[in-house]
Design a protein around this ligand. Structure first.
Ligand SMILES: [Zn+2]
Length: 263
């Protein structure tokens, strides 16, 4: 059995055929789904989907690109729902910063401020964190450690192959491995994978983005977690079943709600 620990099923690209998408996933053994929060505007739809399908949950959170929409009171309206299992995706993303120095610093500081607020929200709600980090490794790691994120732990979604972030394995964090591992230019991630303790790896698609080989360029969907597991198994010289089993067990430790799996 497989849990896709990060899939944006609330994305518009799934509006027309979500039932088929879920069916195809179920046929491949993908029986659980986590819809991360990114833009608060999509929360209602994420919640609806979580109620519509078995073993499907959502998270409340604001992606670094949507920090202007952070509104704690609004997020709290969804937090008490039994289908809400985490806080995120939140974090730092320095990929698309303005060129002008003062502007750049301003946005960076705002991202940090909202990130810290969401770590505290997770602690308040006693829920794990779903972390997004892009080109902001050092600052993200410092914040997670300094703010005591260990208390709730969580997952580094779309783990970016940084040695520095490996330290977070000692801070109650799992490492989300996605389609990037199947890319021809993923050497760095392929090399670092054996350094992640096996009991800290979970799989995710980040659907509809980051589609694994051989469907790169097309819309991603949870059934493609199988390509990711295959690749991990190949790199670590283990069987598909072994990796799928370990990742499943790790997902239950990360998101406790999956322990009450519905058949
Ligand atoms: Zn995502």
């Amino acid at each position: 059995m497989i849990i896709d620990t990060h899939c944006h099923l609330d994305d518009k690209s799934f509006n027309k055929d979500l039932e088929d998408v879920i069916k195809r996933a179920n046929e491949k053994g993908v029986i659980g789904f986590v819809i991360p929060g990114a833009n608060p505007k999509d929360l209602k739809r994420a919640k609806e989907i979580a109620y519509k399908f078995k073993n499907t949950y959502f998270a409340i959170g604001v992606h670094p690109y949507h920090i202007e929409d952070y509104d704690k009171d609004y997020l709290l309206k969804f937090a008490k729902d039994s289908k809400c299992i985490a806080v995120g995706e939140c974090g730092l993303d320095y990929y698309r910063l303005p060129k002008e120095k003062d502007e750049k610093e301003k946005i960076k500081n705002l991202q940090k401020e909202i990130f810290i607020k969401q770590i505290n929200l997770a602690k308040e709600l006693k829920k794990p964190l779903i972390i997004h980090i892009r080109e902001a490794t050092h600052d993200s790691k410092e914040i997670l450690i300094n703010e005591g994120a260990k208390e709730v732990g969580g997952v580094l979604h779309c783990f970016n192959a940084s040695e520095e972030l490996l330290e977070l394995k000692n801070h109650n964090f799992f490492f989300g491995i996605g389609g990037v591992i199947t890319f021809k230019n993923a050497k760095k991630l392929v090399n670092i994978l054996p350094k992640i303790p096996l009991d800290k790896i979970v799989v995710e698609t980040d659907s509809p983005y980051l589609t694994p080989h051989p469907f790169r360029g097309k819309r991603n969907e949870p059934s493609y977690t199988t390509f990711i597991i295959e690749k991990i198994a190949e790199i670590l010289n283990k069987s598909y079943e072994e990796i799928s089993d370990i990742c499943f067990k790790n997902s239950l430790k990360l998101f406790k709600e999956f322990n009450k799996i519905e058949g």
